[in-house]
Structures are given as C-alpha cells and as structure tokens.
Design a protein around this ligand. Structure first.
Ligand code: TYD
Length: 137
C-alpha cells in the first residue's frame, strides 16, 4: 500500500433532473486549493503526467469518462481506475504518478495545493529514486 494515497467518495445528490456532486477544500480535499486544471482530448494510447512533485499535492476527479492513475513511491506501484465523477483520488507530494488508459471524452479535473512552478517537478525517474532514497522528498 502507498502511504497517504486515498480514494475518496464524494457527496452525491441523485436527482431525476440530473445528479450533483461537490468538493470542498480542507474537507473532502485535505488541502487548500491553489490551482485547478484539467486534461482533455487525450488521443487514444497517450499517457500524461509521468513525474513527481516535490511540494504539490493533488486531488483528481474523472469528471467524464475514465482513466487510470499509476502511483509509485519508488518501491511499489498501485493503479487506481477513476471512472465515476463522485470519486476523487488524493495524491500526496513526493510520489511518481502517471495517467493512462484514457477513454474517449475523458476529462481529468485536478486540484493542486500550490500554484504552477516548474521547479516543483521531478521529471526524471532515476532522479526521483535518488531523492526518495536520500529522504529528500
Ligand atoms: P504538465 O504538468 O507537464 O502536464 P502532464 O503532467 O499532464 O503531462 O503540463 C503541461 C504543460 O502545461 C506544461 O508545459 C506546463 C503547463 N502548465 C501550466 O502552465 N500550468 C499548470 O497549472 C499546469 C498543470 C501545466
């Protein structure tokens, strides 16, 4: 098991007029939201997000369609399939993560705990392993 990674079931208001779900910071999302972004129009077979963050924590929702999130702490890997808009995946900082298996029309909504900063990215897997081994992330 990966420490800290959590699949969180979100509130759902089922209604014949259409369903509604929501998230609140410091409640369902265990951090203050500094940024929201989304990934869409992913061509079949493509993967996104092969990297780790030093600081940024994330919360991901498959608003539409489905995709897999592979989370890796340098020792073990776990795959989470997001295919319902009322589930969110919390990913703490310091973990390698990749998103793949996007369905047609998948929309990945992601909330981040810090503003965009390219220096927060670890894009090299060997570097990630080294930092992990040295306890630097
Ligand atoms: P990136 O995080 O590398 O996407 P993914 O992890 O899904 O492959 O981001 C792709 C590009 O978008 C990158 O050039 C930086 C830019 N970007 C921002 O400017 N702000 C943001 O908040 C994010 C997430 C990306």
């Amino acid at each position: 098991m990966l420490e800290g990674v959590k699949l969180i079931k979100l509130p759902r208001f089922l209604d014949s007029r259409g369903n509604l779900s929501f998230v609140e910071q410091l409640n369902h999302i265990p951090f203050e939201i500094k940024r929201t972004y989304w990934v869409y129009d992913v061509p079949g077979g493509e993967a996104r997000g092969g990297h780790a963050f030093r600081q940024n924590q994330e919360f991901m929702v498959a608003l539409s369609g489905a995709f897999d999130v592979v989370v890796d702490d340098g020792k073990c890997k776990q795959t989470f399939t997001l295919n319902r808009s009322y589930y969110g995946l919390y990913v703490p900082s310091g973990l390698w993560r990749e998103m793949n298996n996007f369905s047609t029309n998948a929309v990945a909504l992601e909330f981040g705990s810090i503003s965009y900063d390219e220096r927060d990215y670890i894009n090299d897997y060997d570097e990630f392993l080294r930092l992990k081994k040295n306890g630097e992330i």
